[in-house]
Design a protein around this ligand. Sequence first.
Ligand code: WTA
Length: 656
Amino acid sequence: MAEEQRGDAIETFQAAGETFPPDAATVAAANAQAEIYARAAADPVAFWAAEARERLTWRKPFTKTLEWELPFARWFDDGELNVAENCVDRHVAAGRGEKVAFHWIGEPGDRRTITYAELLVEVQRTANALKGLGVTRGDRVAIYMPMVPEVAIAMLACARIGAAHSVVFSGFPASALADRINDAEAKVLITADGGYRKGSFFELKPIADEAMKSSPSITGSIVYRRRQPGTPGETAMQQGRDHWWQDLVPQQSTDCPAEAMPAEQLLFLLYTSGTTAKPKGIMHTSAGYLLGAALTHHAVFDIKPDDVYWCAADVGWITGHTYIVYGPLANGATQVMYEGTPDTPSWDRWWSIIEELKVNILYCAPTAIRAFMRQGEEHPRKHDLSSLRLLGSVGEPINPEAWLWYRSVIGGGRTPIVDTWWQTETGSIAISPLPGVTTTKPGSATFAMPGIAADVVDASGKSVPLGGGGFLTLTQPWPSMLRGIWGDPARFKETYWSRFPGSYFAGDGARRDEEGYFWLLGRVDDVMNVSAHRISTIEVESALVDHHNVAEAAVVGKNDPLTGQAIFAFVILKKGVEATDEFAHELRGHVAKQIGAIARPKFLLFVPDLPKTRSGKIMRRLLRDIAEGRALGDVTTLADGGVVDTIRSNTGAAEE
Ligand code: WTA
């Protein structure tokens, strides 16, 4: 494992200066007050038990809070609840059925408003449709959809009947979808004919069809029709297997009582890249996950009953699961869901939505903020953004420059910014400011959340004193923690719990300053972070060597002003194959086809050889130095010193 810190991030750390204490009005009105830290620290398990009783509606109260057989945790194990009931029914039962759950905006401009009462009807119908297709408690259902409200309805319908969903990002190709379906042995696929993105309709069903050809576990599929009248094209349906959502769901009974589920019932799998080529099916269960989602959404986003909240993530990632579906719905929030991209039809699309719907809270990734910065202030300036009260950031380190721009240009110099560090594995936010409590520093995610214990340790696992850097660990179990990797408990132990015995190893580097603020420094393993998406270097390497003309490949992340990191591939061709721009283009396309457009290498360099140690291990650290144009680090273990010079003399032509 490559464990060196990224030098540029440390410079970012040193550059930060100004601090931002919360203003008096925010302090006075904030959901979470300073006492929450002391309460949690005094007895974390009792804290979680009290929060679980307060925030969740139980069918059967739990008596045991935590059973911890490292690394396997069971939270609230003898309790029972239904996650969908917590997210929908209880709000309707409390008389809030007419409250809007989703203001949905399609990219072409079509709109829908869905209340909690309507959501309840749709979730029950969809749950009955799933039952009709033979889905029962414990089954897995794959979901491959664009950003339409039905994606949330589908997830909640699964939760209602105790089936686990596995949402697959709609930008993934057929092979990635098939791999995920097969690993989970999903019984049903819920998909769509397509969706609108960057001004045109993209077809999803043909990709789903290709995936289903090699997914023998699938016995039925539901296809949501998104194509609008006037958009050309037709969707092929396979008789007996495929059902249009619009035909199947509306005819179902609107009565599907929520069944009580064990607290540890599997709620979903979400696949994420690790340090090998095979994505990991991260397992989250019901009560603990929902508690983490609900509590953090309440405390970090300071959600109030009349707020309009907008998380601009895609539901295909954990941010969409926790902060579009489960957290906000558990809290009965009103949200915006937008189908398309921020630049369509023009770069002020988000700002016009915020002005129109008077959005109070916006949550997005630094990569989007940097893209907006690049487009210029004139776009947000065209709109009244004074409804915004709070801004959030997630997915990658936010550089202080972007943080300050976000606050001044989007937040009018008023809004607190919550830079939230967490992972697919943590389930919910683990390190973040609390808006009414924390004095923020641009670029720092500040402190561990109440009830979460984070540390920075050196290579031997020893806690590093304040002012120093090392590896980020979480030292105590928490309710929304992953419960395992689907089908692979050994890998679960090895990946997260073996590097620092007794602690969860996040795979991130971090520093703490003299005041104990956390500064995240990026991944320290072979995972890249491109536009806030995790991509494994080894996954891209396998896709490259999968091409019959490629002999060997090595991939590293290169710092990128827009996307955080960009993929830099070094490729050795087979004898006799010519290193042309055309072939480089073809190879990029090959990677995109294998693992998705987000994994398309930005830089691709044909090299005669790769720098290796005498034992034959590729020295990625040197490749990173080359990619960054940095002075080379230690080369004493290099088998052939000439290799590096040859590669360096060629780096100019790599970008497409
Ligand atoms: C990175 C996304 C710095 C980190 C929620 C982590 C961040 C990985 C931040 C998880 C942040 C996420 N500051 N880095 N505020 N948030 N990361 O699983 O490297 O898609 O390990 O979850 O994103 O990515 P994932």
